[in-house]
Design a protein around this ligand. Structure first.
Ligand code: GLC
Ligand code: GLC
Length: 827
């Protein structure tokens, strides 16, 4: 069942009823000022850091789930009836409702009792504010007298304190109301130079800033007393819960439309210009005032909207495809790329599943996210790489997370996730291939953010490689440390204390527990590093990496292969995990994907054998499960993985992040059909018609879909902030479509599904635009034999770099049918 539809021309998802299975959200803002907004206007805003600079309050895990938002109310002043155009929080049945989530904006429209309302929510580019443009139309035959209210509930900045430290919070709230603008200035009297403001384009009939005065005691946002009686109280908050509420009266003739703009913003004053007059406690508003006035003007709002649309159009123009498959086209051309940009901004910090006060920027997460946006914003990718490398330790290891505001490693979570440093190599390799900017390798970057420890980024990469080589176990495989990619496979920390974090539980390196996954990742990373070193003229490093990769391959051959698939790990007693010897957890997906991606077993048939095992034992119609059988009971020796009920999360859930690895592996063994088949199983757009089962947004990937062992098999959770976004993007664009940036040019080596015909792609690459047509006979399995580049025949699959960049290059990729070398197995 569907709750809406895609509008592909507008790049919008149109939700046609407010009661979606879960709140379906979108993000406002492209850089410093970010907002989450649900299809019923729930959500919150923050400046840069969802924990430390939160502007508005949100109550996670509430009943109803989604509470706190950018709420607008309308009241018919004749009948006294009132409603919210976004349905929530009043939840009065509307005659009509539609929410359009677009790229960086959301529009909610509805009709009630002949009054049509439309609210456009957006964050203008480059600004630290948001605007809500409310258009109210009287479609009645008679005149209408209406009251319109716009409201926010302020958060007292640190979202964690705000939700816990009430003995202080209830006394510190302060506001100012001046010329119709509400200023939230809690803690401005002391060390903060920033405040929030909430303003309205129309002269106000009233305002409130104390929550209880607006809602009424023992009442909520669903039926505020001020709305009910049609008048605010003019309250000024002293302590308790400061809010912003503006009341506007509208008299509308039949057919008349009025536009009212509400704006909410963040402002920082220079430290020496906080107060006006100096010595007073009143905010100096001379700098912010013109900004407020400008953004309340309807013409400015319209212009900002055009700019925003233009920004996304040009950004996503970097890669556009026409494959004939509607799911692939709309995900690649809009939603998947958009989601990758959101993960750039938010990492794993703020969504409806991430509270904004928990996790910082993950080292491995952010390195992988980069794979999905490096072609869109290479300058930001460059900065991200340097930030990440600065949290690397002299050992080559890395802080598992860092704080976005301070960019320093997070001591509480610490280090010793032994896969972490290798992802940096993959990220830098992707950046180099995309941009050719070898200069980045000479950038001086500190270790552990400590001045005086600077070394070149190239040396950081060398240390990443050495880190693994210096930490191998009895089988010559990499030691797993606290965990590898699977945060929950904790083989060295025995936690017996309820509630203790498995990731930070006391940890003792056994020197025995090894990871086959890291071995595969190492072979992949060492191969990339050898290429980087060769291009740098460092033959010695290239040989070191080449030889190390060979030794690691041999270790995997000897101790990582189980007979029909790759093993997962060895535990602290040296026993295999992910082996036919195990009763539970016999086969894991991660090593099957990553080892094949590293080329292990591709020549001798083991890769195909492993992938057949995945299909037989792990694949479900809803995606590929992490392992099977799921662990039926808790096993302290395995850590968090077995703490989850079977079928959820890391205990045999469909952890979507890993599925694209298998898709890539399938293309490597030549099976584009299998790759697309897996792609569609977890693809949100392809699951739109089962929204009542999937439940999360049909336009973005989710981290997890419940596995076969779970009673809710097929139900997704944790949408938006997941490495699933970047990896799906890579799998479908670089491997199925085969358009892969390389050090010396653009590779075009697709593994198109049999029933596809010609494919057209526009790709911006190093300032040149490539218009690519892949010619393929429908019904055939085909490989590129040669290219025709601007009319010239080029053998092979690499489009060489043009003599001078900046122009348009026309490429025709010619294919020839090949025998179908691998029939599809059971699914
Ligand atoms: C979460 C983490 C990621 C980890 C994955 C598997 O998505 O953010 O770092 O690799 O879980 O445990
Ligand atoms: C929890 C989650 C896992 C995540 C980890 C790190 O263990 O289950 O998915 O990767 O936390 O924060």
């Amino acid at each position: 069942m569907r709750y809406g539809h895609f509008d592909d021309d507008e790049r919008e998802y149109v939700i046609s009823r407010p009661d979606t299975p879960l709140p379906w959200i979108n993000y406002l803002g492209t850089e410093d000022y970010i907002g989450i907004i649900s299809n019923t206007a729930g959500g919150y805003s923050f400046y840069r850091d969802a924990r430390l600079r939160r502007l508005t309050r949100y109550r996670y895990n509430n009943a109803p789930l989604d509470l706190g938002g950018r709420y607008v109310y309308l009241r018919d002043d004749e009948s006294g009836a009132y409603w919210s155009p976004s349905w929530q929080p009043v939840r009065r049945d509307l005659d009509d409702y539609e929410c359009r989530h677009g790229l960086g904006y959301t529009v909610i429209r509805s009709r009630f009792a002949g009054i049509h309302a439309e609210v456009l929510y957006q964050v203008p580019l480059g600004e630290t504010l948001e605007t809500w443009r409310v258009r109210v139309t009287n479609t009645r035959e008679t005149a209408a007298s209406l009251s319109l209210f716009g409201t926010v509930e302020f958060c007292l900045w640190d979202a964690n304190d705000d939700a816990t430290n009430f003995q202080r919070n209830y006394s510190i709230g302060e506001v100012e109301v001046e010329d119709g603008v509400i200023y939230h200035k809690s803690e401005y009297r002391e060390r903060r130079d920033h405040f929030a403001w909430f303003a309205c384009s129309e002269p106000a009939a009233g305002f409130d800033t104390q929550r209880d005065a607006f809602t009424g005691p023992y009442r909520g946002w669903d039926r505020p007393v001020a709305v009910e009686r049609g008048a605010c109280a003019g309250s000024v908050a002293n302590g308790w819960q400061p809010i912003g509420a503006h009341h506007v009266r509208l008299a509308l003739a039949p057919g008349e439309t009025r536009e009212v703009v509400f704006a909410l913003g963040y402002w920082e004053n220079p430290t020496d210009r906080k107060f006006d007059p100096p010595g007073s406690q009143r905010i100096d508003k001379r700098l912010v005032r013109p900004v407020i006035e400008r953004h309340l003007r309807p013409d400015r709002v319209a212009q900002a909207f055009d700019e925003l649309r233009g920004y996304w159009r040009s950004l996503l123009g970097a890669l556009e495809v026409d494959t004939g498959n509607e799911h692939v086209d709309r995900m690649v051309n809009a939603w998947n790329a958009y989601q990758c940009m959101v993960t750039l901004n938010l990492s794993r910090s703020a969504s409806l599943f991430e509270s904004g006060i928990g996790r910082g920027m993950g080292f491995r997460d952010s390195n992988q996210d980069l794979l999905g946006f490096v072609h869109l914003v290479p300058e930001r990718a460059r900065l991200r790489i340097l930030d990440l490398a600065a949290t690397q330790l002299p050992s080559g290891g890395a802080y598992h997370q860092y704080q976005p505001l301070t960019k320093r490693g997070n001591d509480a979570v610490g280090t010793d996730f032994n896969d972490d440093p290798l992802w940096l190599v993959l990220a830098v390799a992707a950046y180099l291939k995309e941009t050719g900017d070898r200069g980045i390798l000479d950038e001086l970057v500190p270790y552990d953010s400590r001045p005086g420890t600077e070394a070149t980024l190239y040396e950081h990469l060398q240390r990443s490689i050495s880190y693994t080589l210096e930490r191998t176990g009895p089988h010559g495989l990499p030691l797993i440390g606290r965990a590898d990619w699977n945060d929950c496979l904790n083989l060295n920390s025995l936690s017996e204390m309820p509630g203790e974090s498995f990731q930070t539980a006391p940890y003792r390196e056994s020197g025995v527990a090894e990871s086959v996954f890291i071995a595969g990742l190492f072979v992949l990373a060492a191969g990339e590093m050898a290429q980087i070193a060769t291009r740098r003229g460092d033959g010695r490093e290239a040989r070191r990496c080449g030889a190390a990769a060979e030794r690691m391959r041999t270790a995997v051959d000897e101790h990582g292969w189980d007979g029909a698939w790759f093993r997962r790990a060895y535990d602290r007693a040296g026993e295999a995990i992910g082996s036919a010897r195990n009763a539970e957890g016999r086969i894991f997906v991660e090593p099957q994907g990553i080892c094949v991606m590293a080329g292990i077993g591709v020549e001798d048939g083991r890769a195909e054998r492993a992938l057949a095992s995945v299909r037989e034992l792990l694949a479900t119609p809803h995606g590929i499960m992490l392992h099977q059988p799921a662990y039926s009971r808790f096993r302290a020796g395995l850590g968090e993985i077995s703490s989850y009920p079977p079928g959820y999360k890391e205990n045999g859930g469909i952890f979507c992040h890993t599925n694209p690895w298998v898709m890539i592996a399938e293309t490597i063994v030549g099976d584009g059909d299998a790759a697309l088949d897996y792609y569609l199983r977890t693809c949100p757009s392809a699951r739109e018609s089962i929204s009542e089962i999937h439940r999360c947004e049909p336009y973005v990937h989710a981290q997890m879909i419940a596995g076969r062992d779970a009673p809710t098999h097929g139900e997704a959770k944790n949408s938006w902030l997941t490495g699933t976004a970047a990896w799906n993007y890579v799998a479908v664009t670089q491997w199925i479509l085969g358009i892969r940036p390389d050090h010396d040019g653009l590779r075009i080596d697709p593994r198109l599904p049999t029933d596809w015909g010609d494919v057209r792609v526009t790709r911006r690459f190093r300032d040149t635009t490539y218009r690519i047509a892949i010619r393929k006979q429908r019904g055939a399995v085909a490989r590129v034999t040669h290219l025709v580049v601007d009319g010239r025949v080029v053998d092979g699959t690499l489009v060489p770099l043009p003599a001078s960049p900046g122009g348009v290059v026309v490429v025709e990729a010619c294919t020839e049918p090949v025998p179908d070398r691998r029939p599809m197995g059971p699914g």
